[in-house]
Design a protein. Structure first.
Length: 353
């Protein structure tokens, strides 16, 4: 079936649009209605109306604004996930919304998407394509995998006698990633023996505060990566949105973070592929790569680089992924050494060091 063939009704993703702006509702509806695989079944101007319509219309996906009268986006997410869990995509207009956006993710929203504005036609086209793909992917998410509430995290002890075959853990994650990282990272002990570098697909301006909030609940020192800083044990660095994160050895042999805007042809910046390739080139076989929940196949090429140098790759098991896209691409390419559910991942990583 081509993109232009009308799909069976069972394949349609039924969407409820929630925004207090009539203009935004109209633009989002026009964007989504261009896909034959999406059916906009309703529109609401605030969270209260959205709760009523969601109960009546039973949408597969909800797109939701953050700031609205009567009931804002964060409270709507909390109440919707308690009443009837459904994949919710938060539309954000500006990094000024960062705190609220992260609260919405913590409450159970699956991802953040840039809100359409009066931009150039080519930018709007790219935005429409991203929104359509996010909605289609979210519509395939089994409700049982929506992490509200998440499983209770376990504390994982630092390995007392590790093999010493890993110098760095590199991790790639996308849709469903913020919730997964809020569960995974706090399990690692303060004396975790190697640094962790993370690429999380997130809009520009949101990664610094996310890292700060993650550090508050973690024993590791979690922060947004800084250009030129050394990667140290007990630290987790999150790539800055909008720039690739590369790992390079300096003249003293220390592993340091570097930023780059090239290659420009990658669909994501930062790219999991770029991080993994740079780690493999710098550390050879002493790399452990981890690919977790997310749509698309970012990480597959990078995993091939890691494996080619003798490193190891772990993937998140389908049963716990919000979107089993990135891990699936690695598994189907024959590049995964082992798969773990989210509840087992911290221990799986620790045992592979």
């Amino acid at each position: 079936m081509s993109e232009f063939d009308p799909p069976p009704n069972s394949m349609l993703v039924r969407v409820l649009i929630v925004d207090d702006s009539a203009f935004v509702r109209k633009v989002v509806r026009e964007m989504l209605s261009r896909s034959p695989f999406i059916d906009v079944v309703g529109m609401a101007h605030d969270g209260e109306e959205a709760l009523e319509l969601a109960d009546k219309l039973r949408p597969d996906v909800v797109t939701c604004d953050l700031t609205m009268p009567r009931m804002g986006g964060v409270e709507y997410v909390r109440r919707q996930m308690a009443a009837r869990p459904v994949p919710i995509l938060m539309l954000t207009a500006s990094p000024q919304d960062c705190a609220e956006a992260l609260d919405a993710l913590a409450a159970g929203a699956v991802d953040l998407v840039q809100k359409p504005t009066a931009q150039a036609t080519d930018q709007l086209l790219a935005m429409r394509e991203e929104l359509v793909e996010q909605v289609k992917a979210a519509g395939r998410t089994p409700v049982a995998r929506l992490r509200t509430p998440p499983p209770s995290p376990k504390n994982v002890a630092a390995p007392s006698r590790r093999a010493g075959k890993v110098d760095v853990v590199v991790l790639g994650i996308s849709t469903g990633g913020p919730q997964a990282l809020r569960y995974l990272v706090p399990q690692f002990p303060r004396d975790f023996p190697v640094p962790i570098a993370i690429v999380l697909h997130m809009p520009v301006g949101y990664t610094a505060m996310f890292a700060e909030k993650l550090s508050e609940i973690s024993k590791l020192n979690v922060r947004e990566a800084r250009d030129g800083e050394e990667l140290l044990p007990g630290t987790a660095l999150i790539a800055q949105a909008g720039r690739h994160l590369l790992l390079k050895k300096d003249l003293s042999g220390a592993l340091v973070a570097q930023f780059a805007t090239q290659p420009a042809d990658k669909p994501h910046r930062p790219s999991v592929d770029v991080l993994f390739q740079s780690a493999a080139e710098s550390c050879r076989a002493r790399v452990l790569g981890v690919v977790m929940t997310g749509m698309g196949d970012d990480g597959k090429q990078g995993a091939a680089w890691v494996k080619a140098q003798g490193g190891a790759i772990l993937t998140e098991a389908e049963e716990s992924c919000v979107i089993y896209g990135m891990p699936r691409s690695v598994v189907e390419a024959g590049l995964s050494d082992a798969a773990f559910s989210l509840s087992e991942m911290a221990e799986g990583i620790s045992n592979h060091l």
